[in-house]
Design a protein around this ligand. Structure first.
Ligand code: UD1
Ligand code: UDP
Length: 358
């Protein structure tokens, strides 16, 4: 019984925090289950500290592996847990393997599933996340969408409209709720960073899994560093490849360990521009009004382009696009944030969940 939030990877924690908090405010019976997909302190525990998330009631400690090995281990662990506790509702977040595994296991046990951040589509099945998103949405009894086009995708895939709720973006609840805690000046002083810099973060398999591609990306990042300092907290996925490619050898490239949430958003807030392939960072820069260059051929978050500061760039476009952004020639759209990205999404989700589980 009760609501079980299944989280496992860095972006999950940022999305779950406002939902857990809104349900706590309503006295709901809920537990937080950590799958252990991410486990380093800097990829996991720091988010619980920064966001005031309760220590997980359960940690499955699943860890890393190939897609099949990791998903299988997640499913075995989750099945044991759900069989033991018979949740009244399982809430899953985003598009990581923990999301897919929990939806599959819950659906087969007849436990209702709610998917937070449903309906996003890149229409690129080469992205593991796209597969996770499609399957999870088909299995979900409740689909919480962050943007109108996501509602359209769900309708086009035959998801009944009474399962779909447009609620806005809980990741932006977390951002707005912590705005006065993102102190770029303090971060600069603490990490000895320059006044002006470009922040970079790259971890998509399509960018970082092929060492030859990482060598090319390193050349591009060095070209940017010839213009201005580059600060890059390195995701563990690309770390070895970027080290081998000599990314840190440029005097104006500052490589960091993955940052905690408050530090990372402070870094973003203080940046002249951001280079990324992250999903969440496209949304956060949209609200912060920081130019965002997304090094991908597509995005499941097109609203960050139409309403925000985001643009898709190829490796070849990166330097010219960045020059424009640094010259202030990129359209500033501060304030033009997507509808319902207003800090109240967690409350909207909690309202639907409490009605459903009553
Ligand atoms: C996962 C998600 C991705 C999300 C990202 C957020 C899937 C398929 N991918 O990708 O959608 O954008 O998280 O950051 O679920 N590792 C560590 N320490 C950790 C965790 C991972 O060193 O705490 C290393 C391991 O070598 C591991 C690799 O990173 O093999 C990848 O981790 P994994 O969770 O499988 O995928 P991510 O690339 O992190
Ligand atoms: N983030 C962080 N530290 C970092 C990089 C990212 O706290 O070093 C935060 C970022 O602000 C956002 C979330 O992690 O809230 C995005 O996660 P990530 O980029 O790993 O995954 P994606 O959104 O691409 O799935």
């Amino acid at each position: 019984t009760g609501i079980v939030h299944v989280v496992g990877a860095r972006p999950n924690f940022v999305k779950a925090a406002p939902v857990v908090s809104a349900l706590r405010g309503r006295g709901a019976h809920q537990t937080v289950l950590h799958t252990g997909q991410h486990y380093d302190d800097r990829m996991s525990a720091v988010f619980f500290r920064d966001l005031g998330l309760p220590t997980p009631d359960v940690d499955l400690g699943v860890g890393s592996g190939s897609h099949a090995a990791q998903t299988a281990a997640l499913m075995v662990g989750l099945e044991k847990e759900f069989t033991r506790t018979t949740p009244g509702m399982v809430v899953v977040y985003g598009d990581v393997n923990s999301t897919l595994a929990a939806a599959l296991v819950a659906a087969k046990l007849g436990v209702p599933v709610a998917h937070v951040e449903a309906g996003l589509r890149s229409f690129d099945n080469a992205m593991p996340e796209e597969v996770n998103r499609r399957v999870t949405d088909q299995l979900s009894d409740l689909c919480f969408a962050t943007s109108p086009e996501a509602v359209g995708h769900l309708a086009a895939e035959g998801v009944s409209p009474n399962r779909v709720h447009l609620v806005g973006n809980p990741m932006i609840d977390t951002l707005l709720g912590n705005l006065d805690r993102f102190d770029a000046d303090a971060l600069r002083a603490r990490l000895d960073l320059p006044e002006r810099y470009v922040a970079a973060t790259l971890h998509r398999p399509a960018n970082v899994d092929d060492p030859a591609n990482v060598v090319r990306l390193t050349e591009r990042l060095h070209e940017i560093a010839d213009l201005t300092d580059v600060v890059m907290p390195v995701h563990p996925r690309g770390k070895a490849a970027f080290d081998r490619a000599g990314l840190g050898d440029h005097p104006r490239v500052h490589l960091l360990e993955p940052l905690g949430y408050l530090d990372f958003v402070a870094l973003t807030r203080g940046a002249a521009a951001v280079v990324t392939d992250s999903g969440g960072v496209q949304e956060e820069t949209t609200v912060l009004g920081v130019p965002c260059l997304t090094l991908r051929p597509n995005t499941e978050r097109p609203i960050t382009i139409t309403h925000g500061t985001n643009q898709l760039v190829t490796e070849a476009d990166l330097l010219p696009a960045l020059r424009k952004a640094l010259d202030g020639r990129t359209a500033e759209r501060i304030g033009d944030v997507p509808p319902l990205w207003d800090g109240r999404s967690g409350e909207r989700i909690a309202t639907v969940l409490t009605q459903w589980t009553r």
